[in-house]
Write a protein that binds this ligand. Structure first.
Ligand SMILES: NC(=O)c1ccc[n+]([C@@H]2O[C@H](COP(=O)([O-])OP(=O)(O)OC[C@H]3O[C@@H](n4cnc5c(N)ncnc54)[C@H](OP(=O)(O)O)[C@@H]3O)[C@@H](O)[C@H]2O)c1
Length: 260
């Protein structure tokens, strides 16, 4: 086990994309790291690249055993100052045609793992009156799309959960911060895993993981609870947020995947 002597950040889904980028930025900010994902070799590669102490936890967050093992690590880490609930994935197809196990796994990773890991972290953080939790949500939290029902709903839950926690922490006069980070299309392995061709989505909508993480951490410094990186997405979200179903049902999906 690594000797984590500095403030510690635990990042789920650190083996690629936004999670690995959080690891690089947080290492530069002086954190030691606990990196969580299923692909241990990718975590080890990242740990070799970073010049800080890293503890690696191989865990499948769609399973009780996996989540419990990470919760245990969190409860045992008195130096934990930041939890980033970032692990996640998308799916294709209408809800009833998509594989049930995959839909359930998505709810387990996005919702249940976030509940359990945040609960494990907040007790200690609130007692120490120090720390933060970033829940990596999505602009999908503000929309409801055909072919994306579980993804949009779980991310909407994440925003709601985070806003609720922010209210409770404020009510308790705690200095602990929470944030729901809502990226739009970001260049990571996410769409490769889904088998979606990025060329089908206009170039101006793509953002880098570095930009997403920079915006998130600046937002956390300022205590922002909902962070939507990029003015284009902030504009889109302004319209999506209050849209009633009566209007939404007439909208066509902008980048409809043929398989949906
Ligand atoms: N890319 C985008 O356009 C975009 C937009 C908005 C929001 N997001 C959100 O950003 C977050 C990170 O995604 P990304 O874009 O960085 O995609 P990514 O490169 O595919 O990374 C996803 C990460 O989640 C981990 N993960 C997935 N299922 C897991 C499981 N069952 N147990 C443990 N770890 C698991 C993966 O690690 P292993 O495979 O090694 O387990 C990987 O490290 C997700 O929550 C996603 O919903 C992405």
């Amino acid at each position: 086990m690594a000797n984590l002597a500095r403030p510690v950040a635990l990042i789920t889904g650190a083996s690629s994309g936004i999670g690995a980028t959080f690891a690089r930025h947080l290492a530069a900010r002086g954190f030691d790291l606990i990196l969580v994902a299923r692909r241990t070799e990718k975590l080890a590669e990242l740990a070799r690249e970073l010049k800080v102490a890293c503890e690696l936890v191989t865990a499948d967050l769609a399973t009780d055993v996996g989540v419990d093992s990470v919760a245990e690590v969190i409860r045992g880490c008195a130096r934990l100052e930041l939890l980033v609930n970032n692990a996640g994935f998308g799916s294709l197809g209408r809800f009833w045609t998509a594989e049930a196990a995959g839909q359930e796994a998505m709810h387990r990773v996005h919702v249940l793992a976030t509940v359990r890991l945040t609960h494990a972290a907040l007790g200690g953080m609130v007692a120490r009156n120090k720390g933060g939790v970033i829940n990596v949500s999505s602009v999908a939290a503000f929309s409801i799309n055909e072919g994306n029902v579980s993804y949009c709903s779980t991310k909407a839950w994440m925003n709601s959960f985070t806003e609720g926690l922010a209210l409770e922490l404020r009510g308790a006069e705690s200095a602990v911060k929470v944030q729901a980070l809502c990226p739009g299309f970001t260049i990571t392995e996410f769409h490769d895993t889904l088998g979606v061709d990025r060329k089908g989505i206009p170039g101006f909508l793509w953002m880098s993981a570095d930009f997403i993480v920079e915006t998130s951490l600046k937002g956390l410094d300022k205590g922002k609870v909902i962070v939507v990186p990029g003015w284009i997405y902030r504009t889109i979200v302004t319209f999506l947020r209050p849209m009633p179903y009566a209007i939404r049902r007439h909208l066509k999906r902008p980048f409809k995947d043929r398989r949906v």
